[in-house]
Design a protein around this ligand. Structure first.
Ligand code: UP5
Ligand code: MG
Length: 199
């Protein structure tokens, strides 16, 4: 039988910009499935018998971007599982990916023609706000990268590697930018306006 070609929105923005928070709200209101690349990597890191556990652990603490083969196989598996369980679930928010040129090339290699990337939903936020949100969350998150030292590196990686990816999509008119520094509800109102217009 014909399986629907998945529709994808890439969700990008600095560490702590609110990608996960807003994706949860989108899932409540729209028929989208949220796949956080970071969450999938953290899950794989904790999986007994994972051959990548140690590598993922080190990369995350260092704020470095895991080789795309690992991330893309997790994303692809999650998409396939979702669509196999319920074939009407063919819209995905891919949160925190693609973060660099290696990610983008890996996606194009594996997924070209197999998924429709609609646009990038970009949560724009100052580094200062991003850092403060992550430090605040770090008091209870248990995340190994919510500390000043890792955050410095995450911000660096974001500016050096991820911003250029967003700029590439921008050149093709494929970025929808949201001011992510406002309250959760204000940000979500802007997100809704974008999704309702694109749908
Ligand atoms: N918060 C959220 N919105 C708020 C608002 N409007 N006002 C006030 N507070 C707000 O939010 C962060 C915190 O801020 C929360 O406490 C929230 O309540 C509050 P969240 O929604 O979690 O922000 P998010 O953007 O999702 O932040 P996150 O820390 O998840 O972003 P990162 O991009 O840094 O983390 P991710 O999990 O995507 O990646 C982690 C690491 O995994 C990367 O550094 C990298 O090492 C690795 N990785 C890869 O290698 N490859 C990938 O493809 C993906 C990840
Ligand atoms: Mg997140």
């Amino acid at each position: 039988s014909l399986i629907m070609k998945p529709k994808v929105i890439f969700v990008l923005g600095g560490p702590g910009a609110g990608k996960g928070t807003q994706c949860s709200k989108i899932v409540e209101a729209y028929n989208y499935t949220h796949l956080s690349a970071g969450d999938l990597l953290r899950e794989e890191r904790g999986r007994a018998g994972s051959e990548y556990g140690q590598l993922i652990d080190t990369y995350i603490k260092e704020g470095k971007i895991v080789p795309v083969e690992i991330t893309i196989s997790l994303l692809r598996k999650a998409m396939e599982e979702t669509m196999t369980k319920d074939e009407t679930k063919s819209c995905f928010l891919i949160d925190g990916f693609p973060r660099n040129e290696d990610n983008l090339q890996g996606w194009n290699r594996v997924m070209d023609g197999k998924a429709d990337v609609k646009f990038v939903l970009f949560f724009d936020c100052s580094n200062e706000v991003c850092i403060n949100r992550c430090l605040e969350r770090g008091k209870s998150s248990g995340r190994t990268d919510d500390n000043r030292e890792s955050l410095q590196k995450r911000i660096q990686t974001y500016l050096q590697s991820t911003r250029p990816i967003i700029e590439q999509y921008e050149k093709h008119g494929k970025v929808r930018t949201v001011d992510a520094s406002r309250s959760v509800d204000e940000v979500f109102a802007e997100v809704k306006a974008i999704l309702d217009k694109e749908a």
